[in-house]
Design a binder for this molecule. Structure first.
Ligand code: SF4
Length: 246
């Protein structure tokens, strides 16, 4: 019997989660508890809708022509998609036979043999580095930074194309020395072809309230255009391509 996956939601025409037009799969479940999370409703792994790998692949393949003409594909995000790597692996096997490009948006926190296998089918990893200072990372996410850095090492060793995502949050991730250290560190990773700098916003705040959770960033402002530009220039200083999405 097929492994069952639990899915929060599907988006058929995504344009911000990888190249081209993407079919975006928001997987249920996440071991992190990021203070700025937009999707706290994805945290619990036992919620969402159940799909078999075949059901999900069939849904995705309906949009193949849009992905083909735009240079797009499918993106698994969440939540933390690799929490359900065993399920995703089965979906990837079907999609690869049909020539679909596969991207994974991940924190790099989960590691097991299924994750390794999923990466064999992955064309692009979007790796979220929430902060480069280990203490701040723990405060922001509730977990250790180390697994993410080991994950990045593995991606380099395997030569997997990677975009690093960094969310600029005033007071939490805008320490410029810390950003400089991250920029220098990424210089050692030729597989990192792009850094996406994302401006913090509070779109998910209402979900925290609905879930009865305490949102700690109510008084945090969105970063200014000047601050985004300053951080962009630091991230570019070692030769990486940097895009800004505010
Ligand atoms: S990793 Fe993503 S889904 Fe999980 S808590 Fe952080 S922002 Fe939310």
């Amino acid at each position: 019997m097929s492994r069952i996956g639990r899915i929060h939601s599907l988006e058929s025409f995504g344009t911000v989660d990888g190249p081209g037009i993407r079919f975006v799969v928001f997987m249920q479940g996440c071991p992190l508890r990021c203070q700025f999370c937009h999707n706290p409703d994805t945290w619990e792994v036992d919620k969402g809708d159940e799909y078999t790998p075949e059901q999900l692949a069939t849904e995705i393949l309906k949009y193949k022509s849009y992905m083909d003409f735009s240079g797009g594909g499918v993106t698994f995000t969440g939540g933390e998609p690799l929490l359900q790597a065993e399920f995703i692996l089965e979906v990837c096997k079907i999609l690869k036979q049909k020539g679909i490009s596969i991207a994974i948006d991940t924190s790099g926190f989960v590691w097991n043999s299924w994750v390794q296998e999923v990466l064999e089918y992955t064309d692009l990893v979007m790796l979220d580095i929430k902060n480069f200072d280990p203490n701040s990372y723990k405060i922001i996410t509730g977990v250790s930074l180390n697994p993410t850095l080991k994950f990045l090492d593995y991606l380099r060793d395997k030569g997997i194309n990677t975009w690093v995502r960094y969310v600029l949050i005033p007071g939490l991730t805008d320490n410029l020395d810390n950003v400089k250290e991250l920029s220098a560190y990424l210089d050692n990773y030729p597989n990192v072809s792009k850094i996406e700098l994302l401006g913090f916003h509070k779109m998910g705040e209402y979900k925290w309230k609905e879930l009865g959770l305490e949102y700690k960033l109510t008084d945090t402002k969105e970063p200014s255009a000047e601050s985004l530009q300053e951080v962009k220039e630091i991230l570019e200083s070692n030769g990486k391509i940097v895009s800004v999405n505010s």
